[in-house]
Design a binder for this molecule. Sequence first.
Ligand code: ADP
Ligand code: MG
Length: 138
Amino acid sequence: MIERTLTIIKPDSVEKKNTGAIIAHLEKEGFEILAARMTHLTVAQAQAFYEVHKERPFYNDLVAYMTSGPVWPMCLQRDDAIAYLRKVMGATNPAEAEPGTIRALYGESIERNAIHGSDSPDNAAKEIAFFFPGADLV
Ligand code: ADP
Ligand code: MG
């Protein structure tokens, strides 16, 4: 089934100039980019985006990291996009990610792990609306 999902190229990737390589990797895996923009999240935006993790011990560090530099949120489309993106990204901890996955290739730690991907259809819809509100995605 053709689905849409939300990815974010995270600050560590932008800082290390891995943005182009990660976009090329995603395109090679068959994702179509429906929308993309570069933005520098405010603390309030990062807190809202990661609200589900509010009670987790790493929440404040995660917000600090995600606001440390610019990011690239993108809306991606593909067959089975949500699950397939998670597979292409690899495990949260790059040390445990399958070889050849984006996090294995470009992540440096469980926090600075290169890329975000929505984890369910509900969250994909919410996260796409968060970054591309009212967008007429073609
Ligand atoms: P994922 O991004 O794989 O869906 P989570 O939703 O569990 O992972 O966590 C969101 C983000 O929070 C992770 O991508 C990572 O940047 C950070 N994070 C997760 N777990 C930890 C941890 N134990 N310590 C530090 N940062 C973490
Ligand atoms: Mg998650």
